[in-house]
Design a protein around this ligand. Structure first.
Ligand code: SAM
Length: 631
């Protein structure tokens, strides 16, 4: 079964996976990709010091692995490949890059580092398109990386050694395999699980979508390569890629001992300023554990500073200035943004430490992340959402203590407004706040709409009505995904009158209609499918009762309601972003899957299912049954 339709685009091509990792093969096999396996001979000894960020190292290694295979096959094979896929997975913790342990002691050192902590797993992926004429190979490389955060439980020495003696850690980056026994070490995973296993399938499929269903062109980092590393330079087989378990020699060369010996054989390198944190006290054994500043608390202590630094850099349009290939000194940036040089330099250095900027002798430049998401006019810009966080959410959070004590939202304190009707009165009191809010909604939904639209097969529906559909960003994706679907976007008049500036150019939107009205009072348009995306969490129970009763009344049997929200875990303590969002003091609340099921069933919907998309929003779908019974 091919889950990702774009994978079918590769059916007629000669696709090669430049990796012997059985885990990567299994992931791609399961996705329905047809490919050959040609393990790379690229010797993984790139100088980690030359990379500002750990993921850059992983991406470069992935690229070199793929290019080596492409070049070798072009020379030796009758038919050169069309596409070569390379990947490299690394684990980072406390400023260290952990690769594979060289022996049991090394595995112990690694696992002890990870014990009780959150660490990052990065996989760099390179998709190399090959074109060979007269044995002259031209390649075009598309690269990306995926980061997943993994938290290890507090594990006893006994358990760690038991795990090490199982032999499992020896051929795994970071010394554990999450898909097998190592899973028992892990408390939680934030992000793509398969990325930790070794291949970020979801991101890979999205990249293929971008490649084979353009635009957006600028959402992809294109690199043209004129020169390809010659095979001779990589004659030593990489043990990782050959799947050999006898990896001591190779891993010994891969593991750079740059620390002071106290780090054992862990590869340690400067990989960005904040990754470089040294333990605050250098001691050994128990004393070290007692006197180390707890990193979790350090992150919580500093989290607000990091957020505000990013907000301010966005507000001052620093990332817009450094967009594309621009490299500027602090003084030039200061001149452009009309700010002091010393203040600007501190802001730029902070953004560099946060991996939003890169700093070299020539000056500061955007990272790929900043170019893609923080530049205000980029295709998938989050600038609007960040400005909403800065101008609206931040002031509310400064009154968190009062909100907790009073159990009420703090709009009156933060903005001098009563939030009787959040949307009509407070949010939209000026054109500026209205557009800022619409921009924020638009930027979030653009990044999550496809996952919401495809969480369930909606092809049976002919008409949909997106209630509170704002700029129509979800509607735009729905009509792309479902050629027979017409969508009505229903929202308040003062929103609908401003949707024009959010409509895409060059896309047929004739199947989208905008209708203004109040979903608590006015007639709800007829449709087979009703959608409430990020609406329910905003309202108190009485308003939800009014809204769902009205939808239930117009919804005929067989029609459905699709809800898009962040779905809480049943314990209601994860994901943290949802739990924290509920502190933002609206009158509504976040719900778990069983609570949404109960809620929808109460209003006559049946077969209620939840899909956790792994993206910003999850999806819940229920079908209207014959009789509507309100308990
Ligand atoms: N559905 C969009 C999304 O997921 O990005 C927007 C969500 S936003 C949190 C809530 C939307 O509901 C806003 O666009 C707001 O204008 C709209 N809304 C609020 N009250 C409404 C009402 N009484 N009638 C119609 N729309 C309303």
């Amino acid at each position: 079964m091919v889950l990702c339709p774009v994978i079918q685009k590769l059916v007629s091509k000669r696709v090669v996976l430049a990796s012997a990792s059985p885990r990567r093969q299994e992931i791609l096999n399961c996705a329905g990709l047809r490919f050959e396996v040609v393990p790379s001979r690229f010797k993984e000894t790139l100088d980690k010091a030359s990379f500002a960020m750990p993921y850059e190292y992983a991406m470069e290694t992935a690229k070199q692995k793929a290019l080596e295979v492409a070049n070798r096959m072009n020379v030796k094979d009758f038919r050169s490949p069309d596409v070569v896929i390379g990947a490299d997975t690394i684990v980072t913790v406390d400023g260290l890059i952990l690769e594979k342990p060289v022996d049991k002691r090394d595995a112990y050192n690694m696992l002890s580092r990870l014990n009780g902590k959150v660490h990052s797993v990065f996989t760099g992926v390179a998709i190399v398109h090959c074109n060979s004429k007269d044995k002259q190979l031209e390649t075009e490389v598309f690269e990306f990386y995926e980061e997943t955060k993994v938290k290890f439980s507090d594990l006893s020495e006994e358990l760690l050694w038991e795990y090490i003696h199982s032999g499992e850690p020896m051929d795994k980056a970071g010394g554990y395999g999450i898909q097998a026994l190592g899973g028992m070490l892990v408390e939680y995973v934030h992000g793509d699980f398969l990325n930790v296993v070794g291949f970020p399938l979801n991101h890979f499929c999205k990249k293929l979508m971008e490649l084979y269903y353009p635009p957006p062109k600028d959402a992809i980092h294109h690199v043209k390569h004129d020169s390809i590393p010659s095979v001779e330079t990589f004659e030593v087989l990489s043990d990782e890629e050959c799947g050999s378990s006898n990896s001591t020699q190779q891993n010994a060369t891969r593991t750079s001992k740059l620390g002071d010996g106290a780090t054992g054989s862990l590869g340690k390198k400067e990989i960005g300023q904040h990754m470089l944190r040294e333990p605050m006290v250098k001691c050994s054994g128990d004393l070290e554990n007692l006197t180390k500043f707890p990193s979790t608390l350090l992150e919580l202590l500093d989290g607000f500073k990091a957020s505000k630094a990013m907000f301010v850099a966005c507000k001052l349009k620093v990332f817009d200035l450094l967009k594309g290939k621009a490299i500027l000194k602090a003084k030039d940036v200061a001149d452009h943004i009309n700010a002091s040089v010393c203040g600007t330099e501190r802001l730029l250095d902070s953004c560099t430490a946060l991996e939003l900027l890169k700093k070299t002798n020539q000056g500061y430049s955007n990272t790929e992340l900043a170019d893609k998401y923080l530049v205000s006019d980029s295709e998938y810009s989050l600038h609007g959402y960040i400005m909403h966080a800065n101008d609206h959410v931040w002031p509310l959070f400064t009154h968190l203590e009062s909100a907790v004590k009073e159990g009420k939202n703090q709009n009156h304190r933060a903005f001098g407004k009563k939030a009787q009707d959040l949307f009509q009165d407070s949010y939209y009191h000026s054109m500026e706040t209205k557009l800022r809010f619409m921009n924020a909604m638009h930027s979030i939904i653009k990044l999550t709409a496809r996952d919401v639209a495809t969480a369930f097969d909606l092809s049976r529906f002919r008409s949909a009505c997106d209630l509170g559909g704002c700029t129509g960003a979800l509607a735009q994706v729905l009509i792309q995904e479902y050629p027979n679907l017409k969508v009505t976007v229903f929202d308040l008049p003062n929103v609908i009158e401003n949707v024009a500036c959010f409509q895409p150019t060059g896309q047929d939107t004739s199947r989208i209609t905008f209708t203004s009205g109040d979903f608590f009072k006015d007639n709800i348009p007829e449709a087979d499918l009703y959608i409430l995306s990020r609406v329910l969490h905003d309202w108190p129970d009485d308003k939800i009762d009014a809204l769902l009763s009205r939808i239930s009344d117009v919804c005929t049997p067989g029609c459905a309601l699709l809800v898009a929200e962040i779905v809480l875990g049943e314990e209601k303590i994860d994901p943290p972003r949802a739990v924290l969002q509920s502190l933002s003091m609206t009158e509504g609340k976040q719900r778990s899957s069983s609570e949404y099921k109960q809620l929808l069933e109460k209003y006559g919907f049946t077969q209620v299912q939840t899909k956790i998309t792994g993206n910003f929003l999850d999806a819940i779908l229920g079908f209207k049954k014959t009789t509507h019974i309100v308990n």
